[in-house]
Design a protein around this ligand. Structure first.
Ligand SMILES: [Zn+2]
Ligand SMILES: [Zn+2]
Length: 344
């Protein structure tokens, strides 16, 4: 089968790989659609600590079950499915502490990073994901939309980590695909959202998806402009969905005293940020990090897409066949695309 395998930064090769065969408890999926995300772009450009070449990338996918391994009762051949890229083990220290996103066993068996992913004609789903975090889905929703359940799950998990109530005033820094998913989730909770971005085009999409206010900003004027978005004292919650030192620091400066900051965008490894300890202490600011998702977030993401509560179609701006996946990464790198679908 054809697969796009990572060898080194910017060296993604279309190669003939062996078509996977399911072992006991496993399922092989014929990939219909697989979306490129920001993490894939970063991995393509500079590698990823979990990725040992050659590695088939791709972890946001939807397809059809092509073969089931012995003992699989949950799925049948021909069924439309989505599977998460991971599933917590349930037994490690973090899992037992109720923090499955930190599961010690996820890094070693993460689809598209440490085990072969979905930029291929077929992808194999390991047994623990088949049983805990794979689902049959409606065929009425296009596969590229269903493939958005993985990033949407991360957005759902992130919002589970902060205190949300109706009427809260939120500043969301970043209007990439995930920012626009967070926006829609916040709007279902009747929260006032101000989106900030450098690009006017992205902000127009944010408006269409329900943003109450949009601010076109630069790194220099972001803090001053966004501080005003929450009335005289500043916004109640600031969400950073970019993953840059400057915007992490800005998020803390923008939030009001007594407010919350949610750090959602991942910075490059080793990045250090600084903030005013006085504001943290005397201002009683709550700071929360968020990473990945758990099976319950993944299930809720599927429901949100199937019900239309979260519209992902406007985020899927481009599509390329697997043979032209390099072009897809180019579109992402030039920021011409919000999300690119790779079709097989
Ligand atoms: Zn992703
Ligand atoms: Zn675990």
């Amino acid at each position: 089968m054809l697969a796009a395998r990572y060898w080194a930064p910017r060296d993604l090769r279309l190669e003939n790989a062996e078509t996977p065969v399911p072992e006991e408890g496993e399922v092989v999926i014929k990939v219909l659609a697989s979306n490129i995300c920001g993490t894939d772009l970063k991995s393509f450009l500079r590698g990823h600590p979990m990725m040992r070449p050659p590695m088939t990338m791709g972890h946001e996918f939807c397809g059809v079950v092509s073969e089931v391994g012995e003992g699989v009762k949950k799925f049948k051949t021909g069924e439309r499915v989505v599977a998460s890229n991971s599933s917590p083990c349930g037994t490690c220290t973090f899992c037992r502490q109720g923090a499955p996103t930190l599961c010690e066993r996820i890094p070693g068996r993460l689809i598209g990073f440490s085990i072969p992913g979905s930029y291929a004609q077929y992808v194999k789903i390991p047994r623990h994901i088949v049983s805990e975090n794979a689902y049959s889905v409606k065929t009425s929703v296009p596969p590229e939309e269903m493939a958005c359940s993985e990033p949407l799950a991360a957005a759902i998990h992130a919002l589970d980590r902060v205190k949300l109530e109706r009427g809260l005033r939120v500043v969301l820094i970043g209007s990439g695909a995930l920012g626009l998913m967070l926006l829609q989730l916040l709007k279902t909770r009747e929260i006032h959202v101000t989106m900030t971005n450098r690009s006017e085009g992205r902000l127009r999409i944010a408006e269409k998806l329900g943003a109450d206010e949009v601010l076109q900003v630069t790194d220099e004027d972001l803090v001053a402009k966004a501080r005003g978005a929450g009335g005289p004292t500043g916004p109640d919650l600031v969400i950073e969905a970019v993953g840059k030192k400057e915007t992490w620091e800005a998020a803390f400066r923008i939030v009001r005293e007594g407010g919350q900051v949610l750090f959602f965008g991942g910075c490059a490894a080793g990045t250090e940020v600084s903030f005013d300890a006085g504001k943290m202490h005397y201002g009683e600011v709550t700071v929360t990090g968020s990473f990945h998702h758990e099976p319950s977030s993944f299930k809720r993401a599927i429901t949100a897409i199937e019900s239309g509560n979260v519209r992902v179609r406007p985020l899927l701006t481009h599509s390329v066949p697997l043979e032209r996946i390099q072009d897809g990464f180019g579109l992402m790198e030039r920021r011409d695309a919000l999300k690119v679908t790779v079709t097989t």
